[in-house]
Design a binder for this molecule. Structure first.
Ligand code: NAP
Length: 281
């Protein structure tokens, strides 16, 4: 604690500080706990929605951020990071094939250097009755949720494990705990993602790498545009969200920065739910 120069260091005396003195002290403490200066984060699906919001949050906390998109559509996120005084590198990568993931990991290491924080966020959604699902639908949804997360984590964790320092954050869903409705591959693969998070945490926690997940509830992004704009379904949904509203993408910022920072150094294999209370209902 910063002590005023006119204070005596009397044993047992309560040290007081001016608000002005307290502020830098608390800012320094928060920076030590949550600051990401000198770290590099890689965020998949960073073009929009939660990925974009988390990328900006990590940059605002001090990280240099490698944005990954499947096409060259990362300009808005890169501009938001630049406007916040941060630094971003944009990478186009294919998460659907093993070769694409290997190439992306190699390019990331070359252009971004050592990746300290990996946010596996890219995801997609198909909704239709179970009998109408094709194998291709299943693979499209499930592979992005689990197989690509495993393969990219494998590639980027190897150097983290060598350095004995790294953070992996998998973006799951409240449907990692529920079945949802007409989204079988999504629900199944999000359950699997929580299992994968625990499995990797068990292997890597003792080697300096934290693997955790975030489970967002219903957040207002393009992914759920149709649901949000269906008045009946949206009203039904909000009726059982204790917070009584949709979440905003930037409400994932705190969870992402926490799991990326030293503040979560003893947190392994957990899934942090950010859902306005949905799962508590
Ligand atoms: N929004 C929610 O309420 C909610 C709730 C729970 C979990 N989640 C999860 O959170 C993550 C982000 O969701 P969001 O709401 O931000 O979704 P979004 O707005 O639809 O954004 C999805 C992101 O994933 C990328 N992506 C989609 N398919 C891809 C593919 N085949 N290969 C590579 N990238 C792909 C998209 O890239 P393009 O721009 O190129 O399409 C985009 O950057 C997803 O994993 C989602 O399942 C979201």
């Amino acid at each position: 604690m910063t002590r005023r120069s006119d204070e005596q260091a009397v044993p047992g005396a309560v040290a007081t500080t001016t608000p002005a003195a307290r502020e830098p002290a608390s800012a320094a403490y928060l920076s030590e706990l949550f600051g990401l200066h000198g770290r590099t984060a890689l965020v998949t699906g960073a073009s929009r929605g939660l990925g974009a919001a988390m990328a900006v949050a990590l940059a605002r906390a001090g990280a240099r951020v490698c944005l990954v998109g499947r096409s060259d559509n990362l300009g808005a996120t890169a501009a938001a990071i630049a406007a916040a005084g941060g630094e971003a590198v944009s990478l186009v990568g294919d998460l659907t094939t093993e070769a694409g993931i290997a190439a992306l990991a190699a390019e990331a290491l070359e252009r971004c250097g050592a990746v300290d924080i990996l946010v596996n966020n890219a995801g997609t959604f198909v909704r239709k009755p179970a009998l109408e699902w094709t194998a291709a639908d299943w693979d499209e949804v499930a592979d992005l949720s689990t197989r690509s997360v495993f393969l990219l984590s494998q590639r980027l964790a190897a150097p983290m494990l060598e350095r004995r320092h790294g953070k992996i954050i998998n973006v799951a869903s409240v449907l990692a705990f529920q079945g949802g409705f007409t989204v079988p591959a999504y629900a199944a693969s999000r359950h699997a993602l929580v299992g994968l998070t625990r499995a990797l945490a068990n292997e890597w926690a003792g080697r300096g790498v934290n693997v955790n997940a975030i489970a967002p509830g219903y957040i207002d992004t393009d992914l759920l545009h149709d649901l949000k704009h269906d008045p009946r379904r949206s009203a039904d949904l909000l009726a059982r969200v204790p917070a009584g509203r949709w979440g905003a993408a930037d409400e994932l910022a705190g969870a992402a920065v926490y799991l990326a920072s030293d503040a979560s150094s003893f947190v392994h294999g957990t899934t942090l739910v950010v859902d306005g209370g949905w799962l508590s209902r």
